[in-house]
Design a protein around this ligand. Structure first.
Ligand code: SDX
Length: 427
């Protein structure tokens, strides 16, 4: 009997089984040998929302939820936020190593080569009503973008995949900015290759408004994008992998991932936090009654809680530092006082402590975006801009993983066994 194994006895039959342990875990398929009758399918593990199921082996991002640790390819998020740039972090996530200057310059120039939308996309973007939600437009236009690059379906080609990785990193912010200008009734601002990645993004949003293009705000935007770049097998990354597993093109997979991010329990939370602060709580005096409604399960404390972090989300910690720098330039956000008070009261109350509910990445990011002049419905779009390199890194790792194939979970069937059709007159 190897020591790296489980010995399981099925008390229904008295039979014993040896289950191999690999890297401290078991391959769930080994459970299939456990049966009462030989003609059975065999045992599965039932794990709704995959709370204890590893869908893959990955070396992209490491999270230690109990100790509030987040590392991209082994590098602590705090050091990357302090010293790196969004494009350098994108290269690190996608290729696995911090690039040399030559490699980084090449990557930046490859991104710039694709730093414009195919003609025809602008009219598609402008076909949306100005008051459409920007995330619905982003999901649609990322998928539409793929129709201009039919060769992207050839996902077996590394060269083709690299081109589309560069196109998506370059063009997702353009889609976002074009619709923002259209929604505000402003002239479209064309991408500008003489600017850095985050400078170009803010320029496409706010060209002419020098206050919003302050170099320190450009740095803050780049840091925000880094903090959002990846987060291992979160809901949208799993959708990216799942969609990619059927060999869909990367545009369709990123559009699907963005659709998953849109939900208020995931990336849509940053928008929901602002709504909660400004429309539900409104004043510091209302905090106790709001927290009471949360404890009565009448409302969620948006921007709090996390499936993995059972301590402070390290990104939230860093965002608080970034917020102070932004507020020095923009003036503080009046909602900040409510947020800080809400955090301190919630962290002192047993209900939240007992459930390990701490601020997550979405609790402070919206306050920063709003102070930078970005409208609330755009917050999740900025999350998607930051997360696109992470989704692509997960997708590339999936394609190169020989252990993987098309995602197709099983189910525990609880419906009728068999019944005959009943004609309408006899129902
Ligand atoms: C992101 O996965 C990632 O990595 C995501 C992300 C990334 O970078 O990709 O980090 C980005 O999505 C951050 C999360 C943003 N979402 C929110 O802020 C929405 C509010 N948070 C909750 O919806 C919730 O905390 C989740 C969805 C984030 C996590 O939920 P879980 O892990 O499924 O926890 P749960 O629902 O099982 O809750 C456990 C208990 C329950 O109470 P009891 O039934 O035990 O009494 O905690 C309670 C929940 O009711 N709870 C909350 C709460 N979150 C959990 N109660 C009030 N407010 C909350 N926010």
């Amino acid at each position: 009997m190897s020591k790296d194994s489980l010995s399981i006895t099925d008390n229904r039959t008295g039979k014993s089984y040896e289950i191999d342990i690999d890297d401290g875990n078991i391959r769930a398929k080994q459970l299939r040998q456990i049966k009462v009758n030989d003609d059975e399918f065999g045992m599965m593990s039932y794990d709704p929302s995959y709370e204890n199921t590893a869908s893959c082996k990955s070396s992209v991002t490491y999270i230690d939820g109990d100790n509030g640790i987040l590392r991209y390819r082994g590098y602590p998020i705090e050091q990357l936020a302090e010293n790196s740039s969004q494009l350098e972090v994108s290269k690190l996530l996608i290729d696995g190593e911090l690039p040399s200057k030559t490699d980084l310059d090449k990557f930046i120039s490859d991104i710039k080569e694709f730093n414009e939308l195919p003609s025809g996309m602008e009219s598609i973007i402008k076909s949306f009503p100005k008051d459409s939600h920007p995330m619905g437009v982003l999901v649609s236009t990322i998928a539409a973008l793929g129709t201009f690059y039919p060769e992207s379906k050839n996902i077996q080609s590394e060269e083709e995949n690299y081109k589309n990785i560069c196109r998506l990193i370059a063009q997702v912010p353009i889609l976002a900015a074009y619709f923002y200008r259209h929604s505000q009734g402003l002239e479209i601002v064309q991408p500008d290759n003489s600017l850095s990645y985050s400078q170009n993004f803010l320029n496409m949003l706010f060209k002419g408004d020098d206050k919003k293009l302050n170099p320190d705000l450009v740095d803050a935007m780049d840091t925000l994008l880094i903090l959002h770049a990846d987060h291992e097998q979160n809901c949208s990354a799993s959708v990216m992998r799942g969609t990619g597993s059927s060999e869909s093109d990367p545009y369709s997979s990123v559009a699907a991932a963005a659709a998953a991010l849109y939900g208020p329990l995931h990336g849509g939370a940053n928008e929901a936090v602002l709504e909660m602060l400004s429309k539900e709580i409104k004043t510091v005096e209302n905090i106790p009654s709001f927290l009471e409604s949360v404890q009565k399960k009448e409302a969620l404390l948006m921007g709090f809680g996390h499936r993995v972090y059972k301590s402070y989300d390290p990104r939230a910690k860093y965002l608080k530092i970034a917020a102070d720098k932004v507020f020095e330039i923009t003036g503080t956000n009046p909602l900040l006082d409510i947020a800080l008070k809400l955090e301190s009261i919630a962290l002192s109350e047993d209900y939240f402590k007992a459930r390990n509910l701490y601020p997550n990445v979405d609790f402070y990011s919206g306050l920063i975006y709003e102070s930078m002049g970005i409208p609330t419905p755009m917050f999740t779009v900025l999350f998607a801009v930051g997360r696109t390199p992470g989704w692509l890194a997960q997708w590339k790792e999936f394609l190169n993983d020989k252990d993987q194939k098309i995602a197709r979970p099983r189910q525990v069937y609880t419906g009728y066994d068999y019944r005959d059709y009943l004609p309408l007159e006899s129902r």
